[in-house]
Design a protein around this ligand. Structure first.
Ligand code: RFL
Length: 395
C-alpha cells in the first residue's frame, strides 16, 4: 500500500509551497492535482506578492526566477475622478516593497523545483477522496490513468482551492462558514500591450471602479467593475476600451495604450471563511479555507502564509511529537485571515460605485468620500494602508 507522511490535495501556491517547506524539514509528501501540469502552469490569476511572501520564497530557495524577473513596486496610485494620489507605501513601511510576478509563473517554478527534487506529484488525479481523517490513519483514494489508488498518510492537507473536495468532506456541523457576497463584480481583462503605467492604478469613477494592474512588461491586466452576474458577452472589446479610457482618464494628459485583448472573464467579489481550518487530521490551507475579494491582492499571499504555518507545525510534530503548533494552526492563521478580510472589504467598499438600490446609499456614498479624503490626505492613514497592503509582519 503506497504511503506518505502528508498527503497534499492540490498543486496551487498553498500545496506546492507546503510540499517544499515539508521537504526542507525532512517530511515526505505526495501532491495529488486534478488538473494537468500544463493547465496549472498557464492559468492566469494573481500577480502581487507581499514583502513577507517574497522573503519566504527567497529564504527557502524557491524564488530564484521570481527575484530575477519580478518587478519591484514601491508605490500605488489612487485615481479619484481623474486626480492622481500616489501612496509611496515602501517609504511608509520601512522600505518594504512588493513584487509583481504572475501566479502561473510561480506555480511553474514550484512544480519544476518539486519534480527536480523527486517530490511525488500526480497530475490529472481524478475523484480524490479524503477519508479516515477523524482517526490516526487518514488516506486519500483517487484515480490515475483509470486505476483506483489508495494513499495512506499521517495527515491530509486540503490545498485544493475554493471548489475542492477537502472542505466539503468535513462534516457540516463541525465547521462554521462565513460568507459575504459584495454587490460588485469584476470584468478581468488581459491585453497584449505594455502597461501604460509603472505602478498599479486603482481608479474611482462615476461609471464604476477600474484597475490597471501590471503583470509583465509585455502584458497588461485591467479590471472594470460590472454586475456580479454580468454576462461577459455584454463586453465587446470596443466597449472595454471605451470604458477603460473613461474611467482611467486624468486631468493631466495621461494616455492609455490599447492592444489586442487576449482574455476576459467575470468574477464576483466575495468573502468566505471556514472556521476552524482543521478537522481531525485534515488541515485546510489557502482558498480551500477562505477567499477574499481580489481588491487587496491578498489571496495568493494568504495561501502561502497558511502553508508556512502548517509546514512549521507539521515539522515540529515530526521532530518532537509536540502537537501544540498543530492545535494552534487554525487560530494562528485565522488572525491574519480576518485582518485581511477587513482590509479587502474596506478597500472594496471604498473604491466601487454603489448599486442604485443599495439601502442607505446616499449616506454610504459620503462615507466613501470621507475614506478617500482621509487615505489620500493623511500620512497616518496612508501608513496604515501601507502596512496592510505590503503585509503586516506580525500576523
Ligand atoms: P488554487 O490556486 O486554487 O489551487 C488549488 C489547486 O487544487 C486543485 N484542485 C484539486 N486537486 C485535486 N482534487 C480536487 N478535487 C481538486 N480541486 C481543486 C486545483 O486544480 C488547483 O490547482 O488555491 P491556493 O493554492 O489556495 O491559492 C490561492 C490563490 O490561487 C488565489 O487566492 C489567488 O489567485 C487569488 N487572487 C489574487 N491573490 C493575490 O494574492 N494577489 C492577486 O493579485 C490576486 N489576483 C486572484 C487575483 C484570484 C483571481 N480569480 C481566481 C478570480 C485575480 C483573480 C482574477
Amino acid at each position: 500500500m503506497p504511503r506518505t507522511q502528508v498527503g497534499i490535495i492540490g498543486a496551487g501556491p498553498a500545496g506546492l509551497v507546503l510540499g517544499h517547506l515539508l521537504a526542507d524539514a525532512g517530511v515526505d509528501s505526495v501532491v495529488l492535482e486534478k488538473a494537468s501540469r500544463q493547465h496549472i502552469e498557464t492559468r492566469v490569476r494573481a500577480g502581487l506578492l507581499e514583502h513577507g511572501t517574497v522573503e519566504l520564497l527567497r529564504a527557502s530557495g524557491l524564488g530564484e526566477r521570481m527575484l530575477r524577473e519580478g518587478l519591484t513596486h514601491r508605490g500605488t496610485e489612487f485615481r479619484v475622478d481623474g486626480v492622481r494620489h500616489r501612496i509611496a507605501y515602501s517609504d511608509l513601511y520601512g522600505g518594504r516593497a512588493m513584487l509583481v510576478y504572475p501566479q502561473q509563473e510561480l506555480v511553474a517554478d514550484l512544480v519544476r523545483l518539486r519534480l527536480a527534487r523527486g517530490g511525488p506529484t500526480v497530475f490529472e488525479a481524478e475523484d480524490v477522496e479524503p477519508a479516515g481523517f477523524d482517526s490516526d490513519h487518514p488516506a486519500l483514494t483517487y484515480s490515475a490513468g483509470g486505476v483506483r489508488e489508495r494513499l495512506e498518510c499521517d495527515f491530509i492537507a486540503g490545498c485544493d482551492g475554493f471548489h475542492g473536495v477537502a472542505r466539503e468532506s468535513i462534516p457540516a456541523g463541525a465547521i462554521s462558514l462565513f460568507d459575504q457576497r459584495l454587490p460588485f463584480g469584476w470584468l478581468g481583462v488581459i491585453a497584449a500591450v505594455p502597461p501604460s503605467t509603472s505602478e498599479i492604478i486603482y481608479a474611482v469613477h462615476e461609471r464604476g471602479f477600474a484597475g490597471h494592474m501590471i503583470r509583465t512588461p509585455e502584458v497588461s491586466r485591467f479590471y472594470l467593475q460590472c454586475e456580479p452576474d454580468e454576462d461577459v458577452g455584454n463586453w465587446p472589446d470596443d466597449r472595454i476600451w471605451e470604458d477603460l479610457h473613461a474611467r482611467l482618464a486624468t486631468t493631466d494628459g495621461w494616455s492609455l495604450k490599447e492592444g489586442p485583448i487576449v482574455e476576459k472573464s467575470v468574477s464576483e467579489l466575495r468573502s468566505f471563511v471556514c472556521e476552524p481550518m482543521q478537522f481531525g487530521r485534515l488541515f485546510l490551507a489557502g482558498d480551500a479555507a477562505h477567499i477574499v475579494p481580489p481588491t487587496g491582492a491578498k489571496g495568493m499571499n494568504l495561501a502561502i502564509a497558511d502553508a508556512q504555518v502548517l509546514a512549521a507545525a507539521l515539522a515540529a510534530w515530526y521532530r518532537s511529537g509536540d502537537g501544540a503548533l498543530l492545535d494552534a494552526y487554525s487560530s494562528t492563521c485565522l488572525r491574519r485571515v480576518w485582518r485581511v478580510q477587513e482590509f479587502s472589504s474596506w478597500m472594496s467598499w471604498m473604491l466601487h460605485r454603489l448599486p442604485d438600490d443599495l439601502p442607505g446609499r446616499a449616506f454610504r456614498r459620503r462615507m466613501q468620500q470621507a475614506q478617500l479624503d482621509y487615505l489620500c490626505g493623511s500620512p497616518v492613514a496612508a501608513a496604515s494602508f501601507a502596512e496592510n497592503y505590503v503585509g503586516i509582519e506580525e500576523f
